[in-house]
Design a protein around this ligand. Sequence first.
Ligand code: NI
Length: 180
Amino acid sequence: MQSYLGGMAIRPILEVPDPRLKTVSTRVETFDDDLRTLVADMFETMYDAPGIGLAAIQIGVPKRVLVIDLQHEGEDGEPVRTPQVFINPEILDPSDEHTLYNEGCLSVPDQYAEVERPSTIRARWQDLDGKVHEEPMDGLMATCLQHEMDHLEGVLFIDHLSRLKRQMVLKKLEKLRKAA
Ligand code: NI
C-alpha cells in the first residue's frame, strides 16, 4: 500500500480483463489508521466514478473491505449520502426467493445485465472499529451487498451470465474502448 501525506485520494479503478480482479481477498485482522485511509480513499473513488458500491480489490487492494452508498432523496430533492462500510462481510440465510436486477459494475464500465440473486439475506460484518454487526437486508441493498461480496471471491456480475452473454458484454466494451 502507498502511504499518503494529508487527505483522501481518488485511486484508479481496475477494469476487466485485469487479472487482479480474480483475486480472492483476505480477511482484515488489524483495524488501524491504514484501514481508515483505505476506506476514505474507497469512498472518494466511488463518489468520483460515480458508483453505489466498491470493493477494495477494485482499486487493487486484496482485503475484505466494501463501501456502499445507495443515497436517498432529501427533502429538497437532492441526493443525501448514506455511506456504509462492510469489513469481513458474510451472508447468512439467503432466501429461496430470487430477484432479477439490472446490474452494472465500475470494473465493467457502461455495461449492464440482469442477474438473479436471493431477494433477502442476513448480513454480518465488522465496522472500522472491528465491532460486529448483523442485519437483515432486502431490495437494492441485498443485491448490492451480494454483488460487492462477489468481488471478494474474484467474481464479477458478468460471471453469472451465460458464456455467450458474457462474451457479448466484453466485446461491446472492447468496441467502446477502441472508439474512445
Ligand atoms: Ni462491481
